[in-house]
Design a protein around this ligand. Structure first.
Ligand code: PLP
Length: 365
């Protein structure tokens, strides 16, 4: 008997998410050490020492179930952003937010709209509940909000996923463009605005989406502690939404979806603004270092507002494998319908150096 036949057809149709390989696995496979991983948009500075200390202290209590309501973290978020606690949802990474939104609001026959080249979890979360995803062609690899609006209305979609900045392209939508979109969209269509890389935005591109929640009860803002806060392994993210929307998302989440170590670390991380500033500064310099060199090498790249950049290169998969042999992991983005492209995360200067010298060596071979 083929047990996969027991799953509904829409589950069998899901193409599995391909995570980056851990360093240890590649070192075993290739028989080398000292690999630099610039493949998963992690924070090369690690996490705030205050967050690490809080996580360590929380280990003393791991025999106990975590606070299923996440009071301390919700309190800290509500103080920081001025959002009532019943408008906050906590999740196992912001990935959980995307899934909770899909699980709470979509079912078989419903439609969700997202962009071509947008984050891979939007189609996964949509398909997992038997809903249908509508992928809208991009403009210059970024979201075409006018086309997405048209598509959402025409398809009577229930949900639209928007990534700002988007992964893997790094493209950015201005506050004005987002506001035009939100004002034109019928209010019975929900919008998940995925701001996983929000903290990386340069000062001049910052916008206050949280203030928009008052005007747009159909808006769900999703954020994470995995990226600029450096807590990827602990899995903690959050969403801000209208109380009714947050209530529905909370009903479908696991009662203890955020563990106590993660909650404690996130509270401390939120308070360490200096760490986020240092992260940003390092990223700004590293982005200039990498894109400057890509430009000098004559390689096309997409200007990025995140902590990674996608670049186009002939024989991308050959280059990817050769980079691996030289001890650098980057990310092929063929599954994002960008077969000629690789994505590199911004690392420490020394890691960026290693990537760039390996790349130059490969181009000279
Ligand atoms: C655009 C975007 N959204 C959400 C996520 C989910 O991250 P996490 O679940 O670690 O918060 C990622 C991770 O790569 C991402 O790139």
């Amino acid at each position: 008997m083929n047990y996969s036949d027991l799953a509904p057809p829409y589950i069998r149709a899901i193409a599995p998410y391909q995570p980056g390989k851990p360093i240890s696995e590649l070192e075993r496979e290739l028989g080398i050490t000292g690999i630099v991983k610039l493949a998963s948009n992690e924070n090369p500075l690690g996490a705030s020492p205050k967050a690490v200390a809080a996580a360590r202290a929380a280990l003393d209590e791991i025999a106990l179930y975590p606070d299923g309501n996440g009071f301390e973290l919700k309190y800290a978020l509500s103080q920081r952003y001025g959002v009532p606690q019943n408008h906050i949802v906590l999740g196992n990474g912001s990935n959980d937010m995307l899934e909770l939104a899909a699980r709470a609001f979509l079912t078989v026959g419903d439609k969700a709209v997202y962009s071509d080249h947008a984050f891979a979890v939007y189609p996964l979360a949509t398909q997992a509940v038997g809903a249908t995803g509508v992928s809208v062609p991009a403009i210059n690899y970024g979201h075409d909000l006018k086309a997405m609006l048209k598509s959402a209305v025409e398809h009577k979609a229930k949900l639209v996923f928007i990534a700002n900045p988007n992964n893997p392209t790094g493209t950015f939508l201005s506050a004005a463009a987002l506001l035009d979109f939100l004002r034109a969209l019928p209010s019975n269509i929900l919008v998940v605005l995925d701001e996983a890389y929000n903290e990386y935005l340069p000062e001049e591109n910052r916008y206050d989406s949280v203030a928009w929640l008052k005007e747009f009860p159909n808006l769900i803002i999703s954020r994470t502690f995995s990226k600029a806060y450096g807590l990827a392994s602990l899995r903690v993210g959050y969403a801000f939404a209208h109380g009714d929307v947050a209530d529905m998302m909370n009903r479908v989440r696991q009662p203890f979806n955020v563990n106590s170590v993660a909650q404690a670390a996130a509270v401390a991380a939120l308070q360490d603004e200096d760490f986020v500033r240092q992260t940003n500064e390092l990223n700004r310099r590293g982005m200039a270092q990498i894109t400057g060199e890509l430009g000098r090498l004559g390689l096309e790249y997409i200007p990025s507002f995140g902590n990674f950049v996608a670049f186009r290169i002939a024989n991308a998969m050959v280059v990817y494998r050769r980079l691996l042999e030289l001890g650098v992991i980057v990310r092929p983005i063929t599954s994002y319908d960008m077969p000629g492209w690789l994505r590199v995360s911004i690392g420490l200067q020394i890691q960026n150096d290693k990537f760039l010298s390996a790349l130059k060596r490969i181009l000279g071979e």
